[in-house]
Design a binder for this molecule. Structure first.
Ligand SMILES: [Zn+2]
Length: 287
């Protein structure tokens, strides 16, 4: 049995063949799917799925790249949703500096995306008024609010971190021993993995471990202790080989686990059991 710990089932990519997607997951041995919210609306859809399907559970939160367009108060609606026993975590929350305004401004296409998010302002105004500092502090505030809510609700947190390692750990530091996080789609070094594992957090791996250019992360997945990591797909993104570039789906969790088992020189069953146990402890599916 496998647990897919990070899917975005509410994305339109799955609207056409949702039941087939679930069937293929079951056939691949994926018995539970954690679907992850990226906004208040997306979180609401995640909870709807979790209420409807016994093998789907919801994690609710606002993704850092939606920080600029998120409503002022996301905590009140998230708190309401979080009372639902089908909610098993907060997230995905964290910091993402991959598209800083200074970088975005350099690429006209991205400026337009940004402009749309901040309706009514011209590109010049955006460039002048929104700079990296404000962008980062808005993300940090949103992250912190969600960590506070996680403590309040007694939930663990799915962490999204991109190009913001030090700042992410700094925001999380006061919460050590109050909650656990999983650094999802882990792509860091062995030292970074050990750094968070030492704080009793987890990491989880996606289809990147199957990529030809995924040797570094495969090596990390081969070397950290079992029970310290989980498996996921981050679908519809990051389809593992041989589906790379196509739509990803929860059934592909098996390919992720197989690649890790091969890298470690152990059986799929061993990885399946350890990652399932780690996920059950982390998400506590029966609250
Ligand atoms: Zn995600």
């Amino acid at each position: 049995m496998l647990i897919e710990t990070h899917a975005h089932l509410d994305y339109p990519d799955f609207a056409q063949d949702f039941d087939d997607v679930l069937r293929r997951a079951t056939e691949a041995g994926v018995r539970r799917i954690v679907t992850i919210g990226t906004s208040v609306e997306s979180s609401r859809r995640a909870v709807d799925f979790a209420e409807k399907y016994p093998n789907i559970f919801a994690v609710i939160g606002v993704h850092p790249t939606y920080a600029a367009e998120a409503e002022e108060d996301v905590i009140t609606p998230l708190r309401e949703l979080g009372k639902n026993p089908r909610v098993v975590g907060l997230g995905e929350a964290g910091l993402d500096y991959h598209h800083l305004p200074s970088v975005a401004a350099a690429k006209e296409k991205k400026v337009q995306v940004f402009a749309r998010a901040l309706q009514g302002e011209t590109e010049e105004e955006i460039e002048a008024s929104i700079h990296d500092g404000a962008y980062k502090s808005r993300q940090a505030s949103l992250f912190q609010q969600q960590l506070d809510l996680a403590v309040e609700l007694g939930l663990n947190v799915v962490i999204h971190q991109r190009d913001a390692w030090e700042d992410t750990l700094a925001v999380m530091r006061p919460y050590t021993d109050k909650l656990r996080g999983v650094f999802h789609c882990f792509g860091g070094t062995l030292e970074q993995a050990n750094e968070v594992l030492d704080l009793d957090h987890l990491v989880s791996f996606t289809g990147i471990v199957t990529f030809k250019n995924g040797a570094a992360v495969r090596e990390v997945a081969a070397r950290i202790p079992l029970w310290k990591f989980m498996v996921e797909t981050d679908c519809p993104y990051l389809a593992p080989v041989p589906f790379r570039g196509k739509r990803c789906e929860p059934a592909h969790t098996r390919l992720v686990a197989e690649a890790i088992a091969a890298a470690r020189g152990v059986s799929l069953q061993e990885v399946a059991e350890a990652t399932t146990e780690a996920a059950e402890k982390f998400f506590r599916f029966q609250r």
